[in-house]
Write a protein that binds this ligand. Structure first.
Ligand SMILES: [Zn+2]
Length: 312
């Protein structure tokens, strides 16, 4: 069986050494003044979501031209290959890299070029999911329109950013447009916001749920609510990212994370990395953590059914 990673952000997975090299190449001072880049980016002990998210301003600052983006994409796929992954789905908010000399199309081509280089070297297949940032309504509309324009260069559409107060239904028109074009949809839901956000994601065309951990809150005394029943019955894939949930202060520690219960209830759980740099993690590390929590045959959590895949 082939192993997949479904949920991993390109701007959350730079190698620390690459970040430093790229910072030097463009004389990006905020990173050059730091003694240890690896621990600077490691936000495991961040006290707030803001502190966690601040790290992204520095990775995005390094993703402003074709060759840097291409290198970051290549290295992400290479690192996934070294962790035994055969299919890597990577996501990124393309307009973060658009500037006076880099167009949206160039951003996408740079990422796909990096992925192609990795495929030529290692055989790993990588695909790009474009993210709209939900706190910026215009960005979501622009990314959805871009998806339609470049549908043959991408494998899906997502909305990322703060969930609370930004439910998927705010962007129903964009989701409809994307869906009508035949583009796959996954939506971040059920992490920063509760069960309703998961239902809202399903109603807006989500074929998978990014995180979705809080579906557990729809099960009380072994009784399943409507959304939990739907997610279980339809076997909607849940893109679970254990360490990330702890670092964004969703759960206090690994033992409080509901992954074991989700697996035991029979949900369609997949293990993912989310932001490898900020969470100082990797596929292998997440597997070890899941194993430590008592899940048997953890490798199964990477084996995605081909019929559900976003790859053709
Ligand atoms: Zn994510």
């Amino acid at each position: 069986m082939l192993k997949h990673i479904l949920h991993d952000h390109l701007d959350g997975g730079l190698r620390p050494a690459t970040a430093l090299e790229l910072a030097k190449s463009i004389n990006y001072k905020p990173l050059l003044e730091i003694e240890d880049v690896e621990s600077f980016f490691d936000r495991s002990l961040s006290n707030s979501l803001e502190e966690y998210l601040e790290a992204f301003t520095h990775t995005i600052a390094l993703m402003q031209n074709f060759s840097s983006i291409e290198r970051i994409a290549f290295e992400a796929a290479e690192d996934m290959h070294k962790n035994g992954i055969d299919y890597y789905e990577s996501r990124y908010a393309p307009f973060y890299s658009v500037n006076s000399s880099t167009t949206p199309l160039e951003v996408i081509d740079a990422i796909n070029s990096g992925f192609k280089l990795a495929e030529d070297s290692y055989g790993i297949k990588s695909g790009l999911i474009l993210c709209g940032m939900r706190h910026d309504a215009e960005d979501v509309i622009n990314v959805a329109n871009l998806c339609v324009e470049v549908k043959d260069k991408i494998i899906g559409f997502d909305i990322a950013g703060p969930e609370l107060n930004y439910p998927p239904s705010l962007f129903s028109e964009s989701f409809k447009k994307v869906k009508d074009t035949g583009i796959n949809i996954t939506i971040h839901a059920g992490e920063g916001d509760g069960v309703n956000s998961i239902n809202d994601a399903l109603e807006n065309g989500a074929m998978r749920i990014g995180h979705g951990v809080r579906i557990i809150e729809d099960i009380n005394d072994e009784k399943f609510g409507n959304t939990a029943s739907k997610i279980l019955d339809l076997q909607v894939p849940l893109e679970i990212c254990i360490t990330s949930n702890i670092h964004t202060n969703m759960y206090e520690d690994y033992d409080s994370h509901p992954i074991v219960d989700l697996v035991d209830y029979g949900f369609n759980v997949y293990l993912n990395t989310d932001n490898r740099l900020m969470s100082n993690t990797s596929v292998s590390n997440e597997l070890e953590i899941a194993k430590g929590l008592g899940i048997e045959n953890v490798e199964k959590l990477l084996m995605y059914s081909a019929s559900d895949s976003f790859f053709d």
